[in-house]
Every structure is written in C-alpha cells, then in structure tokens.
Design a protein around this ligand. Sequence first.
Ligand SMILES: NC(=O)c1ccc[n+]([C@@H]2O[C@H](COP(=O)([O-])OP(=O)(O)OC[C@H]3O[C@@H](n4cnc5c(N)ncnc54)[C@H](O)[C@@H]3O)[C@@H](O)[C@H]2O)c1
Ligand SMILES: O=C(O)C(=O)C[C@@H](O)[C@H](O)[C@H](O)COP(=O)(O)O
Ligand SMILES: [Zn+2]
Length: 363
Amino acid sequence: MSILEVKSKSGSYRVVAEGNVLATLGEQLQRLHISERTNVTVITDDTVGALPFAKDALRSLAATGYRHQVLEVPAGDHSKSLATASTLYPKLLSFGMRRSDLIVALGGGVIGDLAGFVAATYLRGISFVQAPTTLLAHDSSIGGKVGVNLPEGKNLVGAFYPPRAVLYDLSALATLPARQWTNGMAEVIKHGIIGDARLFEGLEERPLVACPDADVLEPILTAAMKVKIDVVESDEKEANRRQVLNVGHTLGHAIEQRSHYGLGHGEAISIGLVLEAKLAVARGLLDEATATRIERVLAGHGLPTKTPRDDWDEVAAFIDVDKKHGRALWTFALPTAIGDVVIVDDVSPDEVKAVYDRSLEEA
Ligand SMILES: NC(=O)c1ccc[n+]([C@@H]2O[C@H](COP(=O)([O-])OP(=O)(O)OC[C@H]3O[C@@H](n4cnc5c(N)ncnc54)[C@H](O)[C@@H]3O)[C@@H](O)[C@H]2O)c1
Ligand SMILES: O=C(O)C(=O)C[C@@H](O)[C@H](O)[C@H](O)COP(=O)(O)O
Ligand SMILES: [Zn+2]
C-alpha cells in the first residue's frame, strides 16, 4: 500500500494505492469526511461497470448508506466528448445532485477525464473522486487535468480541476486485458524518461510485460506517480515546467487522433516518444544511443514504435492545435537524457516533417 500527497492550490489530496480499496469505497468516503447525506453519482463505462470490483464498490456505498446512482457510457475514447457529457448533466439533475454532492470517476483515463470534466462544469463545479482502474490511469488520475476531445484535436476543452482524492485499487489491474496493460506501460516509461533514470533502467533490465505481484508493482507505480506529483506540484496549471509531462504527446496525440482511436493513448504516445527522441537527436539535444534505448525499452514492452504511414498534412493539422504552441512555431517537450526533458518553442513544421519522413523510410 502506498499513500502519497499531492499539494494543490485549490485543495491538496491523497493518492491511496492499495489492493481492494474499492471494496471499502463507502468507508473511504467516510474517511474523507463526506457526509452520509451526500448523493453519489458513479460514472463508469460499460466494460468496467460489469466487473466484480465495480459491483463491490456499489455494495460498499449501499452498506454505508450513501444514496447513489451509476451512469455508464460506452467504453473508449469516443465517449470523451461534449456529446457524452451532455447526456450526463440531465441525469445528475434528475437524481437531485446539488453542489454538496459527489461524483466518483470509476474507470480508466477516459472516465477520469470525462467524469472530472462533468464534475468541474456541473453547477459550476462539484467534488469528485478519482477511482482509476487502468495502469495508464496512474497518470491521468493525478494532476487535475480533466476534459474532452473535439473532432479537431485531443483534450481541447477542459479544466484544471483536482479531485478530492485518488482511490487506486491495484487489484482492479488484474482484469486488464494484456493490450491495456501494455498501453499503460508507455506512461510509466515516460515518467522514467522525465525524471527517474533508475525507474527507466529497471524497466530496461526487467520489462514489465504483464501485471506482476504487488511487491513488484507497487514500487514501480509509486516511482512513476512520484515523478508526476513532483512536476504538477511545481507547476499545477502548466505555465511552463508541467509541459515536460507532454513528452511524446505533440506527435503522439496527432497519431492517436489520426488512428481514430484504433491506437490506444499509450500506444500512440509510444510512437510519439520514439519520433520526439529522433527530433531531439536531430536538434543535437540527445545522443543517438539514448534515443535507441528509449525505442528499445518501449518495443521490449510490446509497444508499437513504428510510424504509421499517413498523410503528413493531416498529421500536421492535428499537431498545429496542440495547446503548448505559441503563435508562430511549434513547442515540443524533448528528452536530453534519461531523466531529463526540456521545452523547446522554436520548432518548425519542416523540421518535424523531415524526422517524420525519415522514420517512414526506416519503417
Ligand atoms: N488527465 C490526464 O492527465 C491524462 C493523462 C494520461 C492520459 N489521459 C487520457 O486517458 C485516456 C486513456 O486512458 P485509458 O488508457 O485508461 O483508457 P480507457 O479509460 O478507455 O480504458 C481502456 C479500456 O480498458 C477498460 N478497462 C478499464 N479498467 C479495466 C479493468 N480494471 N479491467 C478490464 N478492463 C478495464 C475500459 O473499459 C477500456 O475499454 C485518453 O483519453 C488520454 O487522453 C489523461
Ligand atoms: O498531466 C499532464 O500534464 C500531461 O501532459 C499528462 C499526459 O500524459 C496526458 O495525456 C494529458 O492528458 C495531456 O494533456 P494535454 O494538455 O496535452 O491535452
Ligand atoms: Zn498521456
């Protein structure tokens, strides 16, 4: 079990990472001093909602006397939309959800982002608890970024809205399909690249290709979450340093969206990390050998590393709407070493196209 604290200007919160924590969801809410008169809406997806740990969580809410409802959306990134959010607001109203009530986001990053966005906007904001159930969500449940996608780009509408707590049930990871495990490893590896060389080296030596026992999982997950917490505490609303968490994402988000979500977020970010390492090499920021290590560790975890063949102009249109850019050139978070990422804001589209085209020749 690990308990981490995230300091936030709008209210600090705890990350409780523990096996079977969802089976005591009601007691966990009581521990957070959430009154038993609070109405609770659990937002989940139709895959997670059917799993035993979700049923246990609802049983616990009932046993502790919380009046609650469950709202299910279809699983997948297509649900992270304004259209889906619009179907949820009336259901909150008809259940009598007031400002003092609570949303629980039970699921992976899609549910955390969507339910967090609904919590941030309904009645101008009600409390929410993150109950992440994927490996990838060790990233998405921390830091308060909530939002939805637009057809024009990922996460273009949203807010910085920290949760009241993160209740991370590590036993829930046991039911993750193999591909979802691998998908989540991309963000674990990313956290090593950003700020923990030992984490990265450990994954090079012993790839984590399936959910291991708790004694192996916990230190790795804790190390990854600590990198994220350190960065978001230093720059909660991404004025500058937080942009390092976006390494691999400038290209990765564009590739993810161009795949129409056929690629998972982590899979697309894996390809983005490889490409952005190559861009860093082309700029003289990173040595070739380290870029090769990044590619190998991702491939060693079964993640895709080859650039999908696509029309550059279509990819570039998605890169162009990235929130990090200023008015003229593109901004990227680029690795300079294992454990260090810098922000560069003078990248020209032609430079990126050259790296992109070269990677297609190598594929
Ligand atoms: N807010 C942030 O800081 C942040 C960070 C990283 C990623 N994200 C976002 O997170 C999203 C990706 O998250 P994700 O990869 O968790 O996707 P997801 O939420 O779609 O979950 C992936 C799949 O796994 C299923 N699933 C979830 N938990 C399960 C379990 N325990 N057992 C079996 N199946 C389970 C889901 O139903 C879904 O089909 C993207 O939209 C990405 O943009 C946000
Ligand atoms: O928390 C952050 O900051 C991140 O960048 C984490 C990313 O892994 C995540 O995918 C996030 O949703 C990206 O945010 P965006 O601002 O690039 O849309
Ligand atoms: Zn991400």
